[in-house]
Design a protein. Structure first.
Length: 192
């Protein structure tokens, strides 16, 4: 399989995401995150909803994003997250997943695939940072995302999904630059 395919990139991102989600403790669910307006529970629910819907989009099916998703806190939600992420990676590896257009805005499928890769990278950093975990993103994923963030960010800002970009130091890493482009402060820490 092509190491630059969306499925391969998502597989690498998933290998880093699953341990972070599994380590979120119940008592942390109300804690703030670097993603403005979301606490840990809301962000984990949002990430879950993204995974489920981008699996549909890979299969050229309509998405059905929940206004207020409720995956977290019911049953073995961490185990279910792993199952849904596995479905996501498999769906983007199916023949034709990266071809044509998909989604309500009829965007190129590969562009849509990079959107879910962005969420699987940046939101996992959000969760890790909010819950005191270490997180190192997949370098290949960061490289791909760094190449497309300039195209994705303006529409995401217009839709209220990104804040204005943050300034970073001249020696910032590619990942810190990516975080800043989404309106995040790469140095964000939970308040004591």
């Amino acid at each position: 399989m092509d190491n630059n395919s969306i499925s391969s990139l998502l597989g690498a991102a998933a290998a880093r995401a699953v341990p972070v989600v599994r380590a979120v403790r119940e008592e942390q669910l109300g804690d703030p995150t670097p993603c403005a307006g979301y606490d840990v529970r809301e962000l984990a629910d949002h990430l879950f909803d993204v995974v489920v819907n981008f699996t549909r989009l890979a299969r050229k099916q309509p998405s059905r994003f929940e206004e207020e998703p409720h995956y977290v806190g019911t049953g073995d939600w961490r185990g279910l997250f792993v199952e849904e992420v596995d479905r996501l990676v498999a769906a983007w590896g199916e023949p034709g997943a990266e071809e044509g257009t998909t989604g309500g805005m009829h965007q190129p499928a590969r562009t849509v695939g990079t959107m879910v890769l962005l969420d699987m990278t940046v939101h996992v950093w959000d969760l890790a940072r909010a819950t005191g975990q270490d997180f190192t993103p997949d370098p290949a994923g960061v490289e791909v995302l760094s190449g497309v963030i300039g195209d994705l960010a303006p529409a995401a800002r217009d839709a209220g999904m990104f804040d204005e970009p943050k300034q970073v130091a001249t020696d910032a890493s590619r990942f810190e630059e990516l975080l800043a482009a989404t309106g995040r402060d790469p140095g964000w820490q939970p308040s004591d």
